[in-house]
Ligand binder design. Sequence first.
Ligand SMILES: [Fe+2]
Length: 478
Amino acid sequence: MFLHLLLLLPLFSRFIENGSSTVTSTYIRSEWPSVDIPLDNKEFAVPEGYNAPQQVHITQGDYDGKAVIISWVTFDEPGSSQVHYGLSEEKYDFTAEGTFTNYTFYTYKSGFIHQCLVGDLEYDRKYYYEVGQGDSSRKFWFVAPPKIDPDASYKFGIIGDLGQTFNSLSTLEHYMQSGGQTVLFVGDLSYADRYQYHDVGVRWDSWGRFIEKSGAYQPWIWSAGNHEIEYMPYMGEVIPFRSFLFRYPTPYRASKSSNPLWYAIRRASAHIIVLSSYSPFVKYTPQYKWLNEEFTRVDREKTPWLIVLMHVPIYNSNEAHFMEGESMRAVYEEWFVKYKVDVVFAGHVHAYERSYRISNIHYNVSSGDAYPVPDKSAPVYITVGDGGNQEGLAGRFKDPQPEYSAFRESSYGHSTLEIKNRTHALYHWNRNDDGKSVATDAFVLHNQFWGSNRRRRRKLNKSHLHSVVFRRPSSEQM
Ligand SMILES: [Fe+2]
């Protein structure tokens, strides 16, 4: 059955990637009200014990996946910033020393935010770790990724605009059943900025406890959205991204970035570039110069899959946030096409949408050629801003559906990208209301470097054959 599906999917996917039909799903889901889960709900429960670590989460800590940054918060006193870890359960042979910090936001005083880099990991191994002290210590685990290899298989989840409602919980629980190994988060985390004064910090804390059930066990790769800006002059808070930057570290220095808001990592067979929609990005800015350099560091022979994350979608046919990504498109789209980015994931619009491979790099106002056209070198653009936050769904799409838009639906959910090898990946959008007899969006993504180039694949097949012949021990040749 699965084999049949695999055989059929390439045909289906070719249609999907290059086709011309457009789909606006008429599916209407039942949903919980768009209100945040009350603070006394068990989803936000504070772990028991004096100074017990809470809000535990991990992210990749280096360029190639041999390190993680482990973060947690304690409230009673700073306590220890050490992480004890090892390769077997409850046997922690190693210790890493971290640091702690805290911050204020109006009258809110954060807990002690601990961050500890755990490095020199062995690829493909399960690690057990412990944070906190005495009876209040807590134990978790994570799995180090496979080594950087062009055929390393790996399953990413993509979540955006999550918030902390019962719809958010449904998204998180569905994602946790998907088998995803790392979350690519496309911005707008807690929606704490929907609150005022002291409660902003309180809702960052509740969100940290909310996502711990996934975030403590696998890396979440962070990008920032508008809800992270928190420019709130009425209470004297005017430094952008303050709460986010204190709470959610990124390994930006490992990719030679000068700012935690934009950076890159390599994981398994993927090179992932994280951009900041709300930081300067035009020519001559640090983000622009860094991205220019980072694209030259991409080696598709080692990491065939080139993925870009940002918050504001470049192509979006929803009434909500229409054209907001146009300024970044004007600056970066040319590079996305030149470097054959496989897929660009964004959030911001609280709905799901996928584009065909299209570009608008020959945009010319004076000749009237100011619209996107099919382009085989262009990425697929996917908006996954449907995590389920308190602002509700963006239900009004532009009518008629533009030709570049392949599939769109206003429902909550998440996506997965399951990389199989250097040529193929299975992509799936998962509506939270699964189990219904309504098709969600799924297709095979062909790699832009390997999947579309027959000559390169033929060369690869030949060299594989050579290596098999020459490596075979003499005893086996008999
Ligand atoms: Fe947003």
